[in-house]
Ligand binder design. Structure first.
Ligand code: GDP
Length: 303
């Protein structure tokens, strides 16, 4: 229900356009396919993924000779879900905490995408599941970033390790994992600075943060979560490209899907980068982080 509400705009825009595309038509013909292509592109699915989807529908039309417009939604659902193949089981794909303790999650992303908020929401989820959480304020570039993380630490009542603005992010990360080990914490969430203006700097900084953490925990970080702002549509693709080039990204969170009609971006990103989308942000509140499930997501477009 929360998901349906969070994706309201994407859903109604997609649904309206789809209805127009098939209005007065009983079978899927070239014109319907052209319109469908426009609908997918205007929902920010992205050109490459849209072409894949259209090709798949065309193949089905060719194979079965006839495809009724009444069946189009069902076929579209199947084909879209099939493209988002990395969560094949369809199981909700949240971050599982294995026996590793503490489990270190480094969170990356450009400023303003909702990184701090996502960390706060995750802290709340892990804490509610009975886990001991520690936050690390390794985005030392902006004072506001440290303050924001502190607010979330207070709100969720979890400890935070921080230093002064301008201090070495790697040093904060080191302190954080060291404290987490001492506190016998289950999970560590490390905030990092997301400055993209200089790719080499970004890469060097993230590499250094990782290397220093590994002095305490050899396999850290166990997870690198990239946060993308879904409301920026194609910009989110560009950011995914740059971050995946700078560091190994193991999972994605796409935020701000409430209040945008660009929710299709999740489909394109999931197809193009083959990195599992594990969470979607559908609001500013502590509860507004959904564990991503591709079937539920795709279904919500057609409800
Ligand atoms: P950061 O700079 O990446 O750490 O971004 P913040 O976490 O400070 O978030 C920037 C703004 O986006 C804040 O006003 C958040 O409340 C808002 N925000 C974050 N996630 C979501 C979301 O899923 N939905 C909405 N509507 N707003 C969000």
């Amino acid at each position: 229900e929360n998901l349906d509400k969070g994706l309201e705009k994407t859903k109604s825009s997609f649904f309206d356009k789809m209805s127009k595309a098939v209005a007065g038509k009983s079978k899927v013909d070239d014109e319907v396919l052209d319109d469908l292509e426009d609908v997918l592109i205007s929902s920010d699915v992205g050109v490459a993924t849209t072409i894949k989807i259209i090709n798949r529908i065309e193949e089905r039309v060719a194979r079965d000779k006839y495809l009724g417009t009444d069946e189009l939604n069902k076929i579209l659902r199947e084909e879209i879900a099939a493209l988002m193949s990395e969560s094949e089981s369809g199981e909700a794909a949240n971050i599982q905490l294995p026996d590793v303790k503490p489990y270190v999650i480094m969170v990356v992303g450009v400023n303003g995408v909702g990184k701090t908020t996502t960390i706060g929401k995750l802290a709340h989820q892990f804490k509610s599941a009975g886990k001991k959480v520690v936050l690390g304020a390794a985005d030392t570039f902006r004072a506001a970033a440290i303050d924001q993380l502190q607010i979330w630490a207070d709100r969720t009542d979890v400890p935070i390790i921080k230093q002064k603005m301008g201090s070495d992010p790697a040093s904060v990360a080191f302190d954080t994992v060291q404290s987490a080990v001492k506190m016998d914490a289950d999970v560590v969430l490390i905030d990092t600075a997301g400055r993209l203006h200089n790719k080499v700097n970004l890469m060097n900084e993230l590499t250094k943060v990782k290397r220093v953490m590994q002095k305490v925990i050899p396999n850290a970080p166990h997870e690198v979560l990239l946060v993308l702002d879904g409301s920026t549509g194609q910009n989110a693709f560009e950011q995914a490209k740059q971050f995946t080039a700078a560091t190994e990204v193991t999972s994605l969170a796409v935020t701000k899907l409430d209040g945008t009609a660009k929710g299709g971006v999740v489909i394109g990103i999931s197809d193009q980068f083959k990195i599992p989308v594990k969470y979607i942000g559908v609001g500013e509140g502590v509860e507004d982080l959904q564990v991503f499930n591709k079937y539920e997501f795709v279904d919500s477009f057609f409800k």
